[in-house]
Design a protein around this ligand. Structure first.
Ligand SMILES: Nc1ncnc2c1ncn2[C@@H]1O[C@H](COP(=O)(O)OP(=O)(O)OP(=O)(O)O)[C@@H](O)[C@H]1O
Ligand SMILES: [Mg+2]
Length: 376
C-alpha cells in the first residue's frame, strides 16, 4: 500500500495541486519557504488529522481563503484504492474527515490509515525540549498503535480537568477524591501502555542509536510519574501504585491546587554513556548531533511500531533530515531506509546533493511558491 495521489486545495501556500506519487516515493527539492514542509504536513494530516507542527487548523487554511481540503489515495497493488479526505472550514471551525466518501463513526476509526512516520528537524525537541513534547509523542504513537489508548487518554484528561478544578477551588478532600476512581482507571491504562511500549522498544532504540552514531551507545527509558513496582507491572499493580501515590501527595495537592501524580507528569529519558561509564542525560549534555540522532532512533522505532500494527511498510516522510548530520550518520540512516524494504519515501531537501536514497534513484520534483513540478 502506498500513497498514489495527493490533492491539496487551499492548504497553506498551495492553492490547487494534484500530484501522482510513484510507489517508491519522490524527492522534493526547493528553496527555503517554498512549501516542502507544508506538503509533508498535508500527507501527515491524513494520518492524524492534525498538524504535526502543532499548528491549529485555522493556520492551515491558505491566507484569504475559508476552507482547506486534503485528499489522499492509498493504492493497494492487487487490491482496491482507498481515499482519505479531510476538510476544515475556518469560520465554523468545522472539520470533516471521510474515508471512501463516508464519515467514520469516530475520528479515532480513521487514524493511522496512511501508516506514515515523519522525520523532521523539529524532532530534536523530543530530546532537547520539555516533557510535554515527549508525552505528545507517546500519545500519538500509542493512539495509532493501540486500540483503546486514545479513549483512555481522553477519559483521563477529563477526570484530571475536573479534579484540578476542584483542587484549585480548595474543595473538600472528599469531593476531590470522588474523581480518583475514574482518574486511576483511565490513568493506569495510559501509564501501563506507555511503560509497555518503552520496554518493548528500548532494545530497538539502542540498536538504531548505536548504528547511526557509529558505535556510540544511546538509550531510552521511561520515567513514570508514579513509582511502579517493576518496569511493566500488571494493570492492577499500576492502579494500586497510582492510588498510593495520590494518597502520599494529597496534602501537597491541596496546598498547590493541582493533581501532582499521574501520566500528565510522565517523561522519557535519553542517555548515552560517558567516558567513566556513567549515564549522561542527552537533554542536558548531548551535542546537537547526538540529540538529533536520538530523535531519529525514536522515529525509527515508531516506524517499526507502525509497521507491526499495520502489517505493512510505513510511508516514510523525511523533512530535510540530513542537514546538520555528519556524512557517516546520514549514510547509515539511508542504509536503514533502504534495508527496511520497499516502503515509500517522500523526502524534501533544499539541495540536490543530499538525495541518495534508493541509490539516488528517487524521481525528483521541484517546488516553488506552492507549485510542484515533476522533473522528467
Ligand atoms: N496558511 C497559509 N497560507 C499561505 N501561506 C502560508 C500559510 N502558512 C504558511 N504559509 C507560507 O508557507 C511558506 C513556508 O512553507 P514551508 O514551511 O513548507 O517551507 P519549506 O519549503 O519547508 O522551507 P524550509 O526549507 O525553510 O524548511 C512560508 O512562505 C509561509 O508564509
Ligand atoms: Mg521546511
Amino acid at each position: 500500500m502506498y500513497l498514489s495521489r495527493l490533492h491539496l486545495r487551499n492548504w497553506r501556500n498551495f492553492s490547487e495541486q494534484v500530484v501522482e506519487i510513484p510507489p517508491e516515493g519522490v524527492a522534493i527539492i526547493g528553496d527555503n519557504g517554498q512549501g516542502k514542509t507544508n506538503l509533508l504536513e498535508a500527507v501527515y494530516y491524513l494520518e492524524i488529522f492534525r498538524s504535526f507542527r502543532g499548528a491549529p487548523d485555522e493556520q492551515l487554511v491558505r491566507f484569504g481563503e475559508e476552507v482547506f481540503r486534503v485528499e489522499g489515495t492509498l493504492r493497494d497493488p492487487g487490491g482496491t484504492d482507498r481515499t482519505i479526505a479531510a476538510a476544515f472550514e475556518r469560520r465554523r471551525r468545522k472539520k470533516k474527515v471521510t474515508v471512501n466518501g463516508a464519515e467514520p463513526e469516530r475520528l479515532g476509526d480513521a487514524l493511522g490509515l496512511v501508516g506514515a512516520v515523519i522525520f523532521s528537524p523539529s524532532d530534536v525537541e523530543l530530546v532537547a525540549g520539555g516533557p510535554g513534547e515527549r508525552r505528545r509523542f507517546l500519545d500519538i504513537v500509542l493512539s495509532l498503535a493501540e486500540p483503546g489508548y486514545l479513549p483512555a487518554l481522553q477519559r483521563y484528561r477529563h477526570a484530571l480537568f475536573q479534579r484540578n478544578t476542584l483542587l484549585r477551588q480548595n474543595a473538600q478532600r472528599a469531593l476531590v477524591q470522588a474523581f480518583d476512581d475514574s482518574l486511576v482507571a483511565a490513568g493506569s491504562r495510559v501509564l501501563a501502555a506507555r511503560a509497555r511500549w518503552v520496554a518493548e522498544r528500548a532494545a530497538g532504540f539502542a540498536e538504531h542509536y548505536a548504528r547511526v552514531a557509529g558505535g556510540q551507545p544511546g538509550f531510552v527509558s521511561f520515567v513514570p510519574s508514579v513509582d511502579l513496582p517493576e518496569a511493566t507491572p500488571p494493570a492492577d499493580d499500576v492502579a494500586r501504585a497510582f492510588r498510593d501515590q495520590l494518597e502520599r501527595v494529597a496534602d501537597r495537592e491541596a496546598a498547590r491546587g493541582m493533581t501532582l501524580a499521574g501520566p500528565h507528569r510522565d517523561d522519557l529519558r535519553f542517555t548515552t554513556t560517558g567516558g567513566d561509564g556513567q549515564a549522561l542525560d542527552l537533554r542536558t549534555y548531548g551535542s546537537g548531533g547526538q540529540q538529533r540522532t536520538a530523535a531519529i532512533a525514536l522515529r525509527m522505532v515508531e516506524a517499526e511500531t507502525i509497521r507491526a500494527t499495520r502489517g505493512r511498510e510505513s510511508v516514510i516522510l523525511l523533512d530535510d533530515v540530513f542537514a546538520e548530520l555528519d556524512p557517516g550518520r546520514s549514510r547509515r540512516i539511508i542504509e536503514w531506509i533502504d534495508q527496511s524494504g520497499s516502503g515509500q519515501v517522500i523526502l524534501t531537501s533544499p539541495k540536490e546533493t543530499d538525495v541518495q536514497i534508493h541509490g539516488g534513484g528517487l524521481p525528483r520534483w521541484t517546488i516553488r511558491d506552492g507549485v510542484v513540478t515533476p522533473l522528467s
